[in-house]
Design a binder for this molecule. Structure first.
Ligand SMILES: C[C@H](CCC[C@H](C)C(=O)SCCNC(=O)CCNC(=O)[C@H](O)C(C)(C)COP(=O)(O)OP(=O)(O)OC[C@H]1O[C@@H](n2cnc3c(N)ncnc32)[C@H](O)[C@@H]1OP(=O)(O)O)[C@H]1CC[C@H]2[C@@H]3[C@H](O)C[C@@H]4C[C@H](O)CC[C@]4(C)[C@H]3C[C@H](O)[C@]12C
Length: 394
């Protein structure tokens, strides 16, 4: 599919939804990609003058409009675009949109049905609202980073998955869908203040609420699910790969013990914390005796909760994932995860085309939103918009 016009994919759940995503680093692009995967018509508004290469690697299914928001005609053009949109996603720190004259009071006055999604690290208010930050800072401020890491080591941030994507892009997409549902009843849009700090804190509700169950009262790296327990750990195999073990419940733990060739009658109790370090050493030396494939042939098909730790390539090639077509290949042979979750009647149909170049669709988008050819030519000669087609027909 070269473009996602409203009528192109009627079967998808979000078809007909018009989304404007102001280009950002990582969280907002994921949010926009999720909406595009499920059928929304997502326009990424890139900066003009444009940088040579887009840093957005999550542009699947989107189109790009290059627009200079710092120039009054550029800001006016965005206002007009917002008049015809359902959703705006903005990824700047608090105050940037207001400075451009594009704050919610302006845009929602002109289009009261607009869902104005503000995806930031620290939120729209509070001491840090105007401060720069990245994933690791947001995870830190949420309290969650203090829980992550191995025994006696510094806290460890797991790539930028938690804040940017789980607490940021995904929760913002959820907020948008909730607001859209509410709009079907009230007819009104609303502002979404999606703070990644609060997003991570929210998805960590289990950690907060299970504190009194005794899961977390030991130091970092010595608890049930944070690499303290021998039965919730990774182990190196003889070929330098790893197995992941998650045998928590006693009946599954018993199968793990059996698969490792041990006798549970001769072992300490599963929940004897003081024996965990020794048990880890025992498990580690046994796992080191066989290759990953050999361990898979022992544990596959059992309830021991033991799985191979796969590389990206191995994950895409793994039988289970292949059986479910969990990974897709685009027209450039690039492999990436298929959108999730699977909807039975109206599943996502991700675009298999390469991501858009900056400004690749400037003209067609403006025409679609009601700009005339003359107006577009004027914006172009004023250097407010850019095309990424050298032979644009103007
Ligand atoms: C892979 C890297 C990405 C890592 C992700 C990282 C771990 C994250 O955590 S991302 C989450 C960051 N936080 C947020 O998004 C929260 C909300 N946002 C913010 O807090 C801020 O935006 C900010 C702190 C992230 C950035 O602050 P900044 O001062 O830059 O921006 P703002 O204050 O928000 O203001 C924006 C200004 O821009 C103006 N603007 C916006 N749109 C337009 C427009 N259309 N027209 C005109 N002007 C516009 C706006 O008006 C504001 O202006 P003012 O400031 O004057 O008010 C990748 C991270 C970096 C990448 C590399 C880099 O890009 C260089 C290379 C580029 C090359 O193309 C590819 C290779 C690179 C090395 C590239 C590689 C990777 O992609 C990165 C490393």
């Amino acid at each position: 599919m070269s473009r996602r016009s409203a009528a192109a994919i009627p079967a998808m759940a979000l078809s007909g939804l018009r989304v404007l995503e102001l280009a950002g680093l990582a969280p907002a692009p994921l949010c926009g990609m999720i909406l595009a995967d499920f059928g929304a018509c997502v326009v990424r508004v890139d900066r003009a003058p444009r940088s040579a290469v887009s840093v957005d690697v999550q542009g699947r299914g989107k189109r790009s409009l290059a627009l200079d928001l710092k120039r009054p005609p550029g800001a006016a053009a965005l206002r007009r675009l917002c008049g015809g949109a359902d959703v705006l996603i903005e990824p700047f720190r608090h105050g940037v949109m207001e400075k451009l004259g594009l704050g919610p009071e302006v845009l929602m006055h002109e289009n009261p049905r607009l869902i104005y999604a503000r995806l930031t690290g620290f939120g729209q208010t509070g001491k840090y609202a105007k401060s720069a930050g990245h994933d690791i800072n947001y995870v830190a401020l949420s309290g969650v980073l203090s829980k992550l890491g191995r025994k006696s080591e510094n806290p460890y941030a797991p790539v930028n998955l938690l804040a940017d994507f789980a607490g940021g892009g995904v929760l913002c997409a959820m907020g948008i869908l909730i607001a859209l549902y509410e709009r079907t009843k009230s007819g009104k849009g609303q502002i979404i203040d999606a703070s990644m700090v609060e997003g991570i804190a929210y998805i960590s509700s289990f950690l907060w609420k299970s504190q009194n169950l005794g899961f977390w009262n030991r130091p970092r790296g010595e608890n049930l699910l944070d690499s303290g327990a021998p039965f919730y750990e990774t182990y190196r195999t003889s070929d330098g790969k790893f197995m992941a073990v998650g045998a928590i419940e006693p009946q599954f733990y018993e199968q793990l013990i059996k698969g490792l060739g041990l006798d549970s009658d001769k072992l300490p109790d599963q929940l004897s914390f003081s024996d965990w370090p020794e048990m880890k050493k025992k498990f580690a030396s046994i796992f080191a005796e066989k290759t990953q494939t050999e361990w898979c042939s022992i544990f596959d098909g059992t309830d021991a909760c033991v799985t191979p730790v796969l590389s990206f390539d191995d994950a895409a090639a793994h039988q289970h994932n292949k059986q479910r077509s969990s990974f897709i290949k685009n027209d450039r042979e690039e492999i990436s995860p298929r959108p999730a979750p699977l909807l039975s009647r109206t599943p996502a149909v991700p675009s298999l085309k390469r991501d858009p170049f900056i400004g690749e669709h400037t003209e067609e988008i403006l025409l679609e939103y009601g700009f005339t050819k003359n107006e577009i030519a004027q914006l172009y000669s004023d250097k407010v918009i850019e095309f990424n087609k050298p032979k644009a027909n103007l």
